[in-house]
Design a protein around this ligand. Structure first.
Ligand code: SF4
Length: 375
């Protein structure tokens, strides 16, 4: 949250407000301009909207009552008409000696979503969910087994970040990074996800630098091009997991719609357009995608592309009990082959393995280092 971050822009989204039918609108759904307009309709001056944004996103006020600088009548009206959030905290689970916290929330319609906070010496990252369930159905992912219930609204995503920032502050730390790698495929909820990023990026609000926000995708090619054209310079992570269609068709069924070559071509266009590096996430599964031949295919596929590869040794999940984590020797050999080919490669392990996770496998990816370290 750096106020002088050059990646902060205050630009209106290209698409109009879309709150899913049935999902009540909250304060966290509104851009500053929309809030200004809404208050203006009731005769309130524009500075009231800025005051509200400061209280909500900089002071992290939990309710309107704590915004004592505002007239009581306005606070009462807003509490009735525009609640701050509809997310109800249900449970908090701690693991890794307190270095990972899972926050569980109940939504207005009785579903549950999870948000994960990861504490590192130099940064604090929140992993945000964008859907209840997921339609992509990756074969190694617990969330994929659930199918898709619905998209989350912008307000439900912003609400996760604000709750995480507040919890982080209580622990005398500051939230520094956001990764969209929780439950769901962000590009299947593209507009709301990017609206979330814009609201959090607002200089009058949380001032979250765009390059501290990472959006991941399992490979919806048209949205990679759309993101490349977006002025908000968020980072991109690709859940690749295999270099060939034969392997990827099984692991990430979306590959049958946009195959590996189409995906990598879109990634090259993205880098050409933005100049920004892409992170490729690669969940390493024993005897599935961990051979030396596959490592060489992966290196060939990504040759010349501005990127970084995160190798994530599998955490077995109920999604596919036959999948196993490779041995340490296998993991090292695979990573060395890719790295020696000139592609920067890291091996990352999950710290949150003992948390019961709805999106179990992606939790591993959360640790994939796709977010930038705090500088
Ligand atoms: S890994 Fe991601 S995209 Fe694949 S099923 Fe799980 S949540 Fe969906």
């Amino acid at each position: 949250m750096t106020s002088d971050d050059p990646t902060i822009i205050n630009q209106e989204p290209a698409t109009p407000v879309r709150v899913r039918r049935g999902t009540p609108q909250t304060f966290y759904d509104l851009t500053l301009d929309e809030l200004t307009e809404k208050l203006g309709e009731s005769g309130h001056p524009a500075y009231r909207a800025r005051q509200l944004y400061h209280w909500a996103y900089q002071q992290l006020a939990p309710d309107y009552d704590t915004m004592t600088v505002l007239p009581k009548a306005l606070r009462d009206d807003l509490a009735n008409e525009l609640p701050l959030t509809q997310l109800e905290p249900v449970q908090e689970i701690q693991t890794d000696d307190g270095e990972t916290l899972k926050l569980l929330f109940r939504t207005h319609d009785g579903n549950h979503i999870e948000t994960v906070l990861m504490f590192y010496p130099d940064r604090v990252t929140v992993c945000v969910s964008c859907q209840i369930g997921c339609a992509v159905g990756c074969s190694f992912c617990a969330t994929g087994m659930m199918g898709l219930t619905r998209n989350l609204s912008t307000g439900e995503m912003v609400g996760q970040v604000v709750a995480a920032a507040r919890r982080t502050q209580e622990l005398d730390r500051q939230l520094t990074n956001i990764v969209m790698m929780g439950m769901g495929e962000p590009f299947q909820n593209y507009d709301s996800t990017m609206r979330m990023a814009r609201i959090l990026n607002d200089p009058e609000g949380m001032k979250f630098g765009a390059r501290r926000i990472t959006v991941s995708t399992s490979g919806l090619v048209p949205f990679i091009d759309r993101l490349a054209a977006d002025p908000l310079q968020v980072k991109l992570a690709i859940s690749l997991h295999a270099p060939t269609d034969q392997q990827r068709d099984t692991l990430v069924p979306l590959n049958r719609r946009w195959n590996v070559q189409e995906l990598i071509s879109a990634c090259r266009r993205y880098v050409d357009t933005t100049g920004r590096r892409i992170s490729f996430e690669y969940c390493l599964i024993r005897d599935v995608n961990d051979s030396e031949k596959t490592a060489r295919e992966l290196a060939r596929l990504l040759k010349g592309l501005l990127c970084h590869v995160n190798i994530i040794p599998l955490n077995p999940t109920p999604a596919e009990p036959s999948y196993e984590r490779p041995t340490e020797d296998q993991i090292k050999r695979f990573a060395d082959i890719v790295d020696d080919s000139g592609i920067p490669t890291s091996v990352r392990y999950s710290r949150g393995v003992d948390i019961a996770a709805a999106c179990g496998q992606l939790r591993i990816e959360h640790e994939g280092g796709t977010e930038p370290a705090t500088t």
